[in-house]
Design a protein around this ligand. Structure first.
Ligand SMILES: CC(C)(COP(=O)(O)OP(=O)(O)OC[C@H]1O[C@@H](n2cnc3c(N)ncnc32)[C@H](O)[C@@H]1OP(=O)(O)O)[C@@H](O)C(=O)NCCC(=O)NCCS
Length: 314
């Protein structure tokens, strides 16, 4: 058996997408595993946002599994990791994790995290053998949107701004996330939803300063799928008033999602982010999926009470 690891190529995306759906669809017990995730296109979106961060594993020349990393400045995420079901249980996941860790071995990456299911006992053990540790409960919540609902004052979508104003907003987003966690930078996600037209970045202002922002996907071909919107990352300025800022940002996200044709919007947080979790619940969001956030070297990360961040690490 020969194993080859290399960047996933564009002409392999269809096959990689099939493996991704088969792996998760089988895990979820779907009668048609390929129906997993509907018309959402997580594999294509991740590849398009950073082709060098998409890893292909070939077994005897055939695509057998993939893994992805997300490089958010000082934060490096791993996943989704999949091995084609007929090829599982033969040790192929290990080289895919090792390769992802190699891609995250950059001096600016201080914190490495991942989300995994708690229903499959295999995954926690797999990641533990690569230095990750289960740290907190990761929750994904959702809310039905109300069509025609106005967003709060100070809300605008990045794509509606002039190029100069967009550049200014982008640097304000970078500053805000850097204040939340030193070096955290989701510029790549912001640019990616804009360039791929898979979503937009919702901005919330307090006067002339940025109070918060949310990078969102919506619709077919995005990471959300038809009739759905998904917050990949959102943050508001930490400290006093954080709950109120997050409440307003959620209103803005809901209004944007409804205008993008989504009937449901999703977002994630962690059990350490007490204020963020409570704010979501108070705003009528309901948990629909729970997993575990694993941190490499037990790094504390940003899952803290005073941090008002929403993130979806899947
Ligand atoms: C998770 C997944 C990638 C593992 O792929 P795989 O090729 O079957 O994994 P491997 O054969 O390399 O095994 C990796 C480790 O899993 C664990 N493992 C495997 N089978 C196990 C079992 N039956 N019980 C407990 N642990 C098990 C072990 O720690 C194993 O390490 P070892 O080789 O030191 O024993 C694959 O099952 C998959 O695609 N699942 C669906 C998608 C998913 O859940 N992805 C991960 C979350 S993002």
């Amino acid at each position: 058996m020969t194993i080859e690891l290399r960047p996933l190529r564009e002409d392999e995306l269809r096959e990689a997408d099939g493996i991704y759906r088969r792996a998760f669809g089988t895990l979820c017990g779907l009668t048609d595993p390929l129906a997993f995730d509907g018309d959402a296109e997580r594999v294509r979106c991740r590849w398009a946002s950073d082709p060098g961060a998409a890893i292909a594993l070939l077994e005897d020349g055939a695509l057998a599994g993939t893994n992805f990393v997300s490089r958010w400045g000082s934060v490096g995420l791993l996943g989704p990791l999949v091995v084609d079901p007929p090829r599982q249980g033969r040790g192929l996941a290990h080289p895919l994790v090792e390769e992802a860790l190699r891609l995250l071995e950059q001096p600016q990456v201080a914190f490495r995290g991942l989300y995994t299911s708690v229903t499959d006992p295999r995954t926690v053990g797999l990641y533990q053998s690569h230095g990750y540790w289960p740290m907190s409960l990761a929750v994904l919540m959702q809310k039905a949107t109300a069509a025609g609902r106005e967003g709060p004052a100070g809300f605008e979508a990045l794509s509606r701004l002039t190029p100069d104003a967009q550049a200014e907003a982008l640097s304000a987003c970078r500053e805000l996330s850097d204040q939340v966690f030193d070096g955290l930078d989701v510029t790549g996600e912001v640019l990616s939803v804009g360039e791929q037209e898979t979503g937009d970045t919702v901005l919330l202002r307090d006067g002339s300063s940025l109070a918060g922002f949310a990078v969102c996907h919506a619709g077919k071909g995005s990471e959300a799928g038809s009739g759905r919107a998904a917050v990949r990352f959102a943050a508001v300025v930490s400290g006093e008033g954080g709950e109120e800022r997050l409440r307003r940002l959620l209103e803005a996200v809901e209004a944007w999602a409804a205008s993008a044709g989504a009937a449901v919007v999703t977002a994630g947080t962690g059990s350490g982010r007490v204020g963020a979790w409570r704010t979501l619940r108070a705003a009528g969001w309901l948990p629909f999926q729970q997993g575990v956030a694993m941190h490499r070297d037990r790094h504390p990360g940003y899952d803290r009470e005073d941090v008002f961040v929403l993130d979806d690490w899947r």
